[in-house]
Ligand binder design. Sequence first.
Ligand code: WQD
Length: 340
Amino acid sequence: MKKTVLVSGGAGFIGSHVTVELAQAGYDVVIADNMSNCDNTNYCGVCQILGKKLPFIKMDFCDENAVNNLFADFKIDAVIHFAAFKAVGESVNEPLKYYRNNLLSFINVLEAARKQGGCNVLFSSSATVYGEPEELPVTEKSPRQPATSPYGDTKQMCEDFLHDCVRAYPGVKGIALRYFNPIGAHPSALIGELPRGVPNNLVPFITQTAIGRRECLSIFGDDYPTEDGTCKRDYIDIVDLAKAHVSAVTRMVEGRMKEDYEIFNVGTGRPVSVLELVNAFEKVNNLKLNYKIAPRRPGDVVAIWADPTLANEELGWKAERSVEETLAAAWAWEKHLAGK
Ligand code: WQD
């Protein structure tokens, strides 16, 4: 029997890639999104890649009745919860917006899971929970650090909500996936990241500069204690990241979890500095990027990368694409958008 996976925020960057991988792995996928931070580009791209229309429900997960109706209308075997705001800086200026949206939407999902007598719940968490780590690479046992933004707070709180609900409500099982830095786009160039306004994240800023939408990339600080002075991150290809979700969902629906609540790092284990990433982008795409060194960005950690051993062993998943392949895909996507 085919299993049904509900993807909240399924029209967004990560949600759309996960939807494609789930559908290609044989799952029935229901997409739900309030479209507050995207248009229908990725949904249309998903349907084009799959060659069929997937069920799409436009709804807000903060609306408890709407969430309950959704669970009543479909037999949901697993839910992957992406629907959340994610701009770190904005969350500092508008904390209530973040608390209301990110916490309430997840509470409604958990309530629906409880009411139906259990469900497999996968929460999209973030390496931001590790803060500035004392030891690198970080394992799932590395301590969480106090969050430095309301956005980070909501990730930690939602992890705790899930853990508490798993303990309290029979049949509710949970996995939190802690993403490092997801980048790139689907190899078809039909789905990808669609930042609204000026991008906060590095790779969309790079591709928009290369295409001429931005004049110059600012590299935030070259005086950090790293080899080339720029910060290091674990950039993970979006399709690799999406495949980790398929492995995690399959582990849940096949009843192969070792604990009812599990956490996995989703990263490559490969640290890359900002300058290395910029150089790799230039080389693989054979172009020159206009960039300058700018002051440090407040709140940035110096370096963080994953120890992905647990996910490798338990999920049977491993990041496969090179950073060059990923940056070529990101550029192909930007060109696809420009050609529209
Ligand atoms: C990466 C590096 C910047 C932009 C954030 C969130 C995290 C996660 C992913 C989100 C840093 C440098 C960036 C630019 C630059 N969640 N940079 N010039 O900060 O590691 O993680 O996004 O949804 O929770 O905190 O990612 O891409 O913003 O930055 O030099 O114009 O690139 O200083 O070193 P970050 P990022």
